[in-house]
Design a protein around this ligand. Sequence first.
Ligand code: TXA
Ligand code: MG
Length: 319
Amino acid sequence: MQLGTDIQRAKSLLQRGELVGIPTETVYGLAANAFDGNAVAKIYEIKNRPQFNPLIIHTNSIQKLAGWGIHLPAQALLLAKHFSPGPLTYVVEKSALIPDIVTAGHDSVAVRIPNHSLTLELLALLDFPLAAPSANPSGYISPTTAQHVFEQLGSKLPYILDGGACNIGLESTIISFISDMPKLLRAGGLPVEDIEQVLGSAIDKTSLINNENPLSPGMTSKHYSPTKKLVIGLVQDYLDTYKPNEIAAIHYAEADAYLPLQNQFILSPEHNLNRAAQHLFAAMRVADKLDVKLIVADNFPQNGLGFAINDRLKRAATT
Ligand code: TXA
Ligand code: MG
């Protein structure tokens, strides 16, 4: 069986330089021993990932990071106390132990302690960190179930740890601590409001506005995209161009009166943005497989996880 919960098997594959699909609370990752440059090279190959786009390394403790020469500055440590394990990634100074292929030649490294029991158990057994991007072909929607990983990368992977559906459903929030003021590089599964509340001050969000951002090479304006054309707006504005059965809709809380119900995905009838985030990527995948020509998505409220949901939809809508 290629899918399962056998941590020992995952461990021995990783020790041998093989790749393993791993669950996290955000999205599934495609993991390799971060100290093994040849194993990490396979990640780029299997995902068809551009060589300039660095990877996040994952472990289960700050102490282990320190042992590998990676130190979190004071503000990052404060956030870690509140939010790690959790959907927050820290960009800090790299140590010599981390191969250049992991950081795509940058002097910084992105680190995260994911909050998923199965993966935390696995990480506790390892004396190396796991380099792991989202387990999707580069540019496509991130996977939020083991089945999503299996469908797209199953033929190239010896094993996928099946930890069920991801609790958060959006990739981690990324903050850089390289300059004095913490900089938001990617909106994600931890709302910015929560981060600012703990820090007691605002963080720098200017690099999100400039979306072909050299500080965060993966944040290209087009990303997270279904194969079908996706637009953000109102279904009724597209009925002149498309027939109702040629459109799928991704709605926050309510169905519209224009499309067949089987073409509509309601992410959270109770208007809960966390719920909506959990279901977003799975809905985009199913919508992409329907026999339609267009996917219309709602504009979400800009607070809490709505900020990151809108970010992903905007990138998905970029042509
Ligand atoms: O939730 C997540 O973060 C998931 C799970 C698997 O942990 N991982 C994930 O990885 O989303 P990936 O590779 O799909 O996205 C990582 C992002 C990319 O945009 C990359 O450019 C950025 O992190 N990144 C990695 N290292 C960096 C660095 N040293 N400086 C700036 N950005 C970095
Ligand atoms: Mg990704």
